[in-house]
Ligand binder design. Sequence first.
Ligand SMILES: [Zn+2]
Length: 187
Amino acid sequence: MRRGRRSPMRRRHPMGAAPQHNRAHRALQRAHRLMENSDYVNAADIFERLARGAHDRGMLRQAPRLYLQAGRAHLLAGDSDRGADLLRHGLNILAGAKRWPQLHQAGQRLVDELVQWGHADLAAQFDGWLQGILPEKPEDYQHIGTPTRLHQLPLHCPSCGGPIRSDDVEWLDATTAECPYCGSGVR
Ligand SMILES: [Zn+2]
């Protein structure tokens, strides 16, 4: 008697991810959690490690964001030199890849945050650097706006827990944005 052909293999990883990827993913979830709990010292270390790992593996969409989070965390932990270095590193990757809209958005947000956190000097430095490196014509760096969709995204990525700002993401289609930290679709 012939039995129906059936694959005995079932997916072990519901996310379809390899184990080493899962390890990085768990570390990312932990870093976001630490950041939310204001444990900036530990968050900084993990974000920095993840940023270097992503950079080494050529994950140039995620690496800049991870460097920026690492820089923010160091800064909030009180190490402004280390923080500024990593922030520069993240922005430099975006500039090197000529991802002008992303650089403009991330840079402006950073300048605002630096002012709020009492680092007016650093804010002015970054602002000057941005003005010097961005293309002259605003249409070359202004984001292709998606204002009608702003309300549709969750506040946190369901996959890695990272903070999602609907004015600071890349859209994959009409309703789905890309998580800047882990790359999964958020909708
Ligand atoms: Zn994510």
